[in-house]
Each structure stands twice: as structure tokens, then as C-alpha cells.
Design a protein around this ligand. Structure first.
Ligand SMILES: [Zn+2]
Length: 299
């Protein structure tokens, strides 16, 4: 699934093509994309409006339209936006028509992607307030802020990082990379990290995301850029997907384990395991409180 660097790469690629243009038509071919609203309703609200900016928040792309109308897109597992595809994509769910005759097609084989409408900045902010926490590239993402968030968490740190309501935009790849950089085991209870560890983790999250962005994201699974160009961050992973390969720091083989329901890569020398007591306590509290937490929050 595209994470912050991949979505930001898409945004940067598309913005020059769409900003300042008029969105002449929105053709929703799969009603599931925008339910509970009907495709026609969303189309009527956005069509004919100037595109003031293409924004991003967490893993959402935002069409910021004139008169304070916002259309928030989430690509989920397999969604991609194709600009003027030479041949019609097989899983086209939505078509965006522009006033210069170009078109963007939202292609999404698994159909998990969504489009949601907000009329007014307040509605947009309310939408994100319940879904997204701090933006990692924003000024609010300080180590003090992150430390405060971890104090009230009972989750292991990997699950904490995947929870979009805590830190927006971090997914499985960048959580693994950041934890490795910070030397923190993914199963370590978030609430027990020291101030120093949290400060290191904050910097590691930013550094991992910045590297991903510099490489135009990672191209794994079904993720594609609008023009078919591949990001190259997968060639620079420090730990993610490197099971059995030597750790870049200590040469020990990288291990794969499960954390927060996801395949997780770790060097247990550089990222020492927490004492069993800590893991047990965190796991018990976590599952007792919110059984479906990681599944619901990792998207
Ligand atoms: Zn190591």
C-alpha cells in the first residue's frame, strides 16, 4: 500500500498538470468508491470547479476545489491515478476530466480505494480529525509531542506507528525502517520508551520518509506512479524485506516476525527484544482493549 512518500510523489507529479485547471467532469463508474454518496451527487458537487491545489494529508490526496469544496482520495491497496493512459486501464473506477482535454483515470483492481467529499474547510478538518494524527513533515511533529502520545499508548511501538490516528502516513515499510534506524524493537511497548529513544525515533521516522521521498517512493506490490515510472526506494531498504540477509550494521541475519499483524523485519542485535514481561503486558492490554485495532487503523 502506498505510504506517505508514495502518495506525496504522486501529488508532486500530478500537481503541475491539474492545478489551475477546471475539473470539467467526474465520471464515477463504480458506486462503491464514494458511498454512501451517489456518484452523481459527488460529480455534481465538483464538476465545473477550478482546481486550486492538489494537497495531501497522511496517505490522502486532496483535490482542493474552488468555493472550498474538497475531494479526498485514498488509494488503499492497489489504487493508482493514471494521467492520459495510452490504453484504457482494466479496472477504471473513476474518470476525472480536465478542461485541457486531458484525463486522469483512477484504476483500482481490488476496489478498496475511496473518494470522499467535504463541503467547506470545517467539514474537511472534521473528517481528518477523527482519522489522522500528526503530520510527520509538519512543525507539530516534535519529540515532545511524540513522547506525549506514547505515554497514553498501551500498544507495541510498531502498532503505534501504524495507527494513522497517532502519526499520519507511516505504513509497514517506513515503520520497519524507522525502528531499525532508531534501534528499537518493534514489539517494545510504546509507553515504556525513554525520552531519548522517542527523540531518536522521531528523527528516524522523518529520515526514513525523506529518503523514501527522495527515491520517489518504493515500487513493491501493485503500486505504480501515474506515468508508470518506478520509485527506487525498495533498492535502499535498510531492513524491510531483507529476511536472512546480513544486517547492514552488525552482519547478523535479518529476522522476519509478525508485529501488529504485519510481516516485520528486525535485527535483534541492533534492536534488542524487550524483556518478555513487557511484551506480554503490552499484548494483553492491547488485545483486551481493542481487538481489531491494528487492522482498522493501519489503512
Ligand atoms: Zn544489526
Amino acid at each position: 500500500m502506498p505510504e506517505l512518500p508514495e502518495v506525496e510523489t504522486i501529488r508532486r507529479h500530478l500537481a503541475p498538470h491539474v492545478e489551475g485547471r477546471v475539473l470539467t467532469a467526474l465520471d464515477v463508474r463504480d458506486g462503491r468508491w464514494c458511498r454512501p454518496l451517489a456518484g452523481e451527487e459527488v460529480a455534481a458537487a465538483v464538476a465545473g470547479r477550478r482546481i486550486e491545489a492538489l494537497g495531501r494529508r497522511g496517505k490522502y490526496l486532496i483535490w482542493e476545489l474552488e468555493d472550498d469544496v474538497h475531494l479526498m482520495l485514498h488509494l488503499r491497496m492497489t489504487g493508482t491515478l493514471l494521467l492520459d493512459p495510452p490504453t484504457p486501464p482494466r479496472h477504471a473506477r473513476v474518470r476525472f476530466g480536465l478542461d485541457d482535454g486531458r484525463e486522469l483515470i483512477f484504476d483500482d483492481p481490488r476496489r478498496f480505494g475511496t473518494g470522499e467529499l467535504a463541503l467547506g474547510g470545517e467539514a474537511r478538518d472534521a473528517f481528518f480529525a477523527t482519522r489522522l494524527g500528526v503530520e510527520p513533515f509538519g512543525t507539530a511533529f516534535t519529540s515532545a509531542h511524540l513522547y506525549a502520545l506514547t505515554r497514553v499508548s498501551r500498544a507495541p511501538i510498531k502498532a503505534f506507528l501504524l495507527d494513522q490516528r497517532k502519526v499520519a502516513g507511516v505504513g509497514n515499510i517506513y515503520a520497519d525502517e524507522a525502528l531499525f534506524r532508531a534501534g528499537i524493537h518493534p514489539l517494545r511497548p510504546a509507553g515504556r520508551l525513554t525520552r531519548k529513544q522517542v527523540a531518536g525515533l522521531r528523527d528516524a521516522v522523518v529520515a526514513s520518509l525523506e529518503e523514501g521521498l527522495a527515491a520517489k517512493g518504493a515500487s513493491i506490490d501493485d503500486f505504480r506512479h501515474p506515468d508508470g515510472v518506478q520509485g527506487s526506494f525498495q533498492d535502499r531498504f535498510l531492513i524491510h524485506l531483507r529476511e536472512g540477509e546480513p544486517c547492514l550494521v552488525c552482519d547478523r541475519p535479518v529476522r522476519k516476525l509478525r508485529a501488529a499483524g504485519r510481516g516485520t523485519y528486525v535485527c535483534e542485535k541492533c534492536q534488542p527484544r524487550p524483556r518478555p514481561r513487557q511484551v506480554q503486558a503490552a499484548a494483553t492490554r492491547n488485545s483486551a482493549r481493542r481487538p481489531a485495532r491494528s487492522a482498522a487503523a493501519s489503512s
